[in-house]
Design a protein around this ligand. Sequence first.
Ligand code: SF4
Length: 70
Amino acid sequence: MKIEVKRDLCIGAANCIAVAPDAFELDSENKAVLKKEWEKTAGDILLESAKSCPTQAIFVYDDENKQIFP
Ligand code: SF4
C-alpha cells in the first residue's frame, strides 16, 4: 500500500489524524504528513482515514500502484 497526501488539497482539518493518529501528523504549515511509522497502521484504518478527509486529499494506492481511493 502507498499513501500520498496532496498538500494543495489538505486544509488541516485533522480528521485523518483522529482516525489514524499513528500514521499522520500536521507539519508546521498545518498540512498532514505521513509519520515515519505509518506502515504499522492497518490498511483498513488507512483507507478509513482517507475517506474521512473532507477534501479527499489522501490518495491510497495498492501494492501494484493502482489507485484505490478516491
Ligand atoms: S483530513 Fe484531509 S484535510 Fe484534514 S489534515 Fe488530513 S489530509 Fe488534511
